[in-house]
Design a protein around this ligand. Structure first.
Ligand code: FAD
Length: 307
């Protein structure tokens, strides 16, 4: 059995594996792919001490760093079940195999919900983005839209209004769903326009980048188009935790509940990064949380099973 088995190989999982291996204990990492969401990212400018890098480059650097240590790396594997049996935790894989460990760190990340209209995938990273903290400054002085009038959409619009030329917030329903205090703040901003009851139908572009967005006014059925440089989709982040539904305590949104040591509802099982209740889904945060969960797992092992 592993002393520490990390499930998920993004920034959180990489940090967890490195911290565990540095304790000289038997460490494994099992993941669908090594690098996580970072692989889908182009420019990264907020990983502190690295002013600028690219996703694939950072993913490679994560892998190289893990390979500096004695870590059993298992890629192209999908975890499908988790259970505690006696002193050991069993992680079942889709392949049919089962891995056992004295402690487990879950870092399976999350994925952004997409709107699912023509052009969205084609212009991903070419104007269509899901992360205002990451990409806001790329649109300095330009016109952008935010799709989604919940808390994250309205927060994004407020945030972006301070960086870009103007923001159009587009909401499908008749009303915004964000907290009142956020809505009041949003409405006080001069360079923000709010369009409700609007169904986005297409992301328009010139082949290389986004040029606009088409929507239908649901009240009148009229079609409209707005000229834009960027579209921030903010309609939800889905944690990759479906397989854990019956295994541990999740929030209604599917986030793994963790305490301030990254401990979950199962003793010996810790979690870190975008799949957890820890707020603000960012690389530097996932790395910090991964390191913390790993130290907490080590603490747990010292008290329970290490010789
Ligand atoms: P993830 O990176 O999501 O990694 C999870 C890993 O687990 C994946 O490799 C996945 O394949 C694997 N996995 C999932 N389920 C299973 C399973 N059942 N079994 C086995 N493996 C599984 N953040 C920034 O700080 N700066 C940026 O500039 C930035 N830009 C971004 C741009 C884009 C397009 C996207 C999508 C995200 C961006 N982010 C950025 C967010 C950042 O990538 C995430 O916050 C970070 O990657 C989260 O790390 P994680 O380790 O928690 O999870």
């Amino acid at each position: 059995a592993f002393d520490v088995l990390v499930v998920g190989g993004g920034p959180g999982g990489a940090a967890a594996a490195i911290y565990a291996a540095r304790k000289g204990i038997r460490t494994g990492i099992v993941t669908e792919r090594l690098g996580g969401q970072v692989l889908d990212t182009m420019s990264i400018e907020n990983l502190i001490s690295v002013p600028q890098t690219e996703g694939p480059k950072l993913a490679q650097a994560l892998e190289n760093h893990i390979r500096e240590y004695d870590v059993d790396i298992m890629t192209l594997q999908i975890a499908a079940s988790l259970s505690r049996q006696g002193d050991l935790i069993h992680v079942g894989l889709e392949s049919g195999a089962t891995l056992t460990a004295r402690s487990v760190i879950l870092s399976t990340g999350a994925r952004w919900r997409s709107i699912g209209v023509p052009g969205e995938q084609e212009y991903r990273n070419k104007g269509v983005t899901y992360c205002p903290h990451c990409d806001g400054p790329l649109f300095k002085g330009k016109s952008v839209a935010v799709i989604g009038g919940g808390n994250s959409g309205v927060e994004a619009a407020i945030d972006l209004a301070g960086v870009v030329a103007d923001v159009t917030l587009i909401e499908y329903d008749r009303n915004l769903r964000a907290d009142d205090v956020l809505q009041r703040k949003l409405r006080s901003l001069k360079n923000v326009r709010i369009i409700t009851n609007a169904r986005t139908t297409e992301v328009r572009g010139d082949g290389a980048k986004v040029t606009g967005l088409a929507y239908i006014d649901r009240a009148t059925d009229e079609a409209h188009e707005i000229a834009l440089s960027g579209i921030f989709v903010q309609i939800g982040l889905l944690p990759n935790t479906d397989w854990l539904k019956d295994a541990l305590d999740l929030t209604p949104r599917g986030e793994i509940r963790v305490d301030d040591h990254g401990a979950t509802s199962i003793p010996g099982v810790f979690a870190a990064g975008d799949c957890t209740t820890t707020p603000y889904k960012q690389i530097v945060i996932a790395m910090g949380e991964g390191a913390k969960a790993s130290l907490a797992a080590f603490d747990h092992l010292i008290r329970t099973s290490l010789p």
